[in-house]
Write a protein that binds this ligand. Sequence first.
Ligand code: ADP
Ligand code: MG
Length: 566
Amino acid sequence: SNGAETREFQAEARQLLQLMVHSIYSNKDVFLRELVSNASDALDKLRLESMVDKDLDVDTSDLHVEIEVDRENRTLTVRDNGIGMSRDDVVALIGTIAKSGTAELLRKLKESQDANASQELIGQFGVGFYATFMVADRVELLTRRAGQTGGTRWESTGEGTYTVEAVDDAPQGTSVTVHLKPEDSEDNLFDYTAEWKIREIVKRYSDFIAWPIRMTVQRPGEEEGTTTTEVQTLNSMKALWARPRNEVDEAEYKEFYKHLSHDWVDPLEIIHMRGEGTFEYEALLFVPSHAPYDLFMREGKRGVQLYVKRVFIMDDCEALMPDYLRFVKGVVDAHDLSLNISREILQQDRQIRVVRRRLVKKVLATVRTMQTEQPERYRTFWTEFGRAVKEGLIDDTENRDTLLEITSLASTHHETELTTLAGYVERMKDGQSDIYYLTGESRAMIENSPHMEAFRAKGYEVLILTDPVDEVWVERVGEFDGRPLRSIAKGQVDLDTEEERKSAEPEREQQRKDFAPLLTWLGEQLTDEVREVRLSSRLTTSPACIVGDAHDLTPTLEKMYRAMGQ
Ligand code: ADP
Ligand code: MG
């Protein structure tokens, strides 16, 4: 070997490792799932690369994962003959955490005193390779990148530093050896060298991995007291999405979802569909039961993976799901695409667009059904994802009607419960033609707004819109069911009936005379600030309020644009 170099983990990686070493994660079995999943990814990558790059001279005839245990030395090794890593890869991928949101995750973990919440956060984030340090006091990794000659050896105890060194004789691919903590250590409940335990974990988490996961097992020999060894494949390797729906049970779907999403919690909805005809595909989609921590982060992960005939092509396939449904997880296996299709080409592909349209319609229809048949579940959905879904109202005009149906909003009708737009319309007063809303930063601010006074006095319901996106969609959508959406902060809103107006007219005339000097004086004083000072009937207790023109930006929108630097 050519001299080991000791390096420090990046600060964030170190903090995450600390959490692993002191294992706040209670389900330690997942370390094996993570290693197998990385091995499987590495095999996917090698297969794809060898198909795309004809010059890559590697043997791909027996791609597999191998698990080996050494009971005496208490080690467990997961080996693959996949893509492998260069030395730079190892340093960049294992020594740092490139994932966006790590800092955010760590901050939230620190804040959260609740163990369950911490588990959930970590589960959503997916700790990956570092999960090995929950069960190991030392981890070794030996790897060689396909197509390169030299290999790399990496080792760490998870305590802040690691070593890397070049080695000449590494087999292509990666092997990770976990030196298990002593058996008597307090948090080491299971013996991860036991065959049954490994079998159980693989079956539970990795059964559908498309590559064989092999293990050499001991079998009683022909003669008393002797043993023979035998190589067994532990997983069934069936791609779940390719199986007919009636042959997959609920538990298998859920496990697959957890494998795919690194989530701990069961999904809210499972959608398994198949497209036949000129463009065949299978899709297995999941609506999670909680929002990911990065739902509103620009670099946040999106959910759908693309496969072509069982070959993994890419994660985060934005061409298959619009941004506002970015929380939907799953797999789409399209049969008639080229393996080296790029993201750019996918965006243009006519057939992919057709698939995407069908997926979107199906997801929205599922939510719609949930809304009518399982209101409790729908409420969870809307609480978790409503803010993202409302983004769809802005530019998915094709599905606008369905989106408007599944939208729930706060309103003066009820203090805590949300209403649909249809619900609002049903409660509209005789002669009311518009749907009234007010946008603002919080419910309290909106309720205390002077604009609200006349509406409250007259008993008109007003929608309370507090998400920044609300400003944008109400403008864009304009109406629901033929009724204009109208901000009560803009223009002249006349709530009086013809009769009320007539009987109040003499008094108003008198007021106009009495207040004329004051209005003129105010107008002069505020000449740079306001366009006009007028007497209003909208207020009941506040002396004055500022009203925008019907086409002005609302204060919140003004603030939003200003924040965006416009
Ligand atoms: P994730 O799998 O979510 O990216 P991990 O912590 O599990 O995060 O792994 C980090 C990275 O290390 C992987 O993205 C991959 O690039 C690399 N890696 C891990 N294990 C292997 C492996 N067996 N073969 C090749 N690369 C690997
Ligand atoms: Mg991983």
